[in-house]
Design a protein around this ligand. Sequence first.
Ligand code: FAD
Length: 465
Amino acid sequence: MERFDLVIIGAGPGGYVAAIRAGQLGLKTALVEKESKLGGTCLRVGCIPSKALLESSELYHQATHRLSEHGIQADGLRFDLPTMLERKTRIVDELTAGIKVLMKKNKAIVFAGTGRLAGDGKVVVSQEGEETTLQADAVLLATGSVPVELPNLPFDGQHIVSSTEALAFETVPKHLVVIGGGAIGLELGSVWGRLGAKVTVIEMMPRIAPFADSQASQILARTLKQQGLDIRVNTKLLGAKVTTDGVQVSVEDVKGKTEELTADKLLVAVGRRPFSTGLGLDEVGVHRDEKGRVEVNERFQTSVPGVYAIGDLVRGPMLAHKAEEEGVAVAEVLAGKPGHVNYEAIPNVIYTDPELAQVGLTEDEAKAAGHTVKAGKFFFKSNGRAKTMDATDGFAKVVADAETDKVLGVHIVGPHASELIAEAVLGAEFQASAEDIGRTTHAHPTLSEVLKEAALAVDKRAIHG
Ligand code: FAD
């Protein structure tokens, strides 16, 4: 039986990053993965393929709707969906193959198959009827999550689908109904909307992106509606029936008014749940909470000594970069170092147009946490670079503590918000004050000046607003 310092089950951003860091720290590491490609949900059917399609569909949308303003005429434009999908697949293939190379470089041994705990540091890997048992000083569970199905509405892969199928529709749906106005629903709704589908987004809450700053969420909703998305908030799904050529969807608004929507695809994007089927958790006594998440302490230890867990399988936001940071931290803990994740500095992004990005607390959350709050806001329409890009929707908002000036949260809705938020995350790591950001020189003209101005606006001294 082969012996390892660490056996990791699951090769998503949590597991494969843990394997790399463990290798760097000299731990003899095995990585067990049941799918043929490494990289997990994120690389195979999540972050990467969705961003590939967002990029292609955005280019098409820009070309068909925005080029003429620049004096560029591009008549007769059309897109070729198979080529678009092939490009997405190629990117996924290249990146997942790259993870294999990284495993080799960091001396992690990859075992293809399904892993399960067998007690006393043993992991059994099953592949096509064959079983291999590995012995480990520590086992790391990084088995991620899967899409949530609605009660009485199982995915059929054809009409009632999850994000996985919605990343690979072979034709553009005539009418796509999306249940859930969170990141995945809005991103995939945008992709197919830009390519010509009628898209209806059904959200039970009073606003889309319910986690976000309320004004940022309003601006996002307004802009997406201008792009053609039919967004229904305060609306719930009553049921859906598959017909010969599509699906009949019944919804009800907050006033009790019901409506029947005829769609050819129903995308259920209401969240994801931790995945631990077949892992043997109950057999060895690994505790889970009421949401099925494996319970861990701040050192990622589960209730069973020697068994650790990270990523979507445990508490916290279901985000690739959160899983990655936990992967690094747990490897460091196992190597006797003080591995640590700063959960106050984890950005959250929706990659629509405009993008929405945030880190830290909203104004309401900061008040609820007992802070006296002051906030500064600056709009992209007053930013020179945004004007030259014709991308003036949105703003940056800095939420600070009124007494200490410490930045508690940053909220950006606008062009390249996903990139701009990095500065705010760095600020959060360094416990920056609004004044620190406001006094930092930002290149001109750049979109990043919006964040500087919002930080200055906290003290009512924005220069251009
Ligand atoms: P996963 O990536 O889910 O990996 C778990 C791995 O474990 C899988 O490969 C699985 O096959 C394997 N596995 C499970 N059980 C076993 C077993 N018993 N034996 C062997 N292997 C097993 N996050 C972002 O931060 N940014 C984004 O832009 C973003 N976009 C997304 C878009 C979509 C459409 C989706 C669905 C998700 C997106 N996410 C995004 C979320 C992100 O993909 C997850 O948060 C991230 O993948 C979690 O990483 P993980 O390592 O915990 O788990």
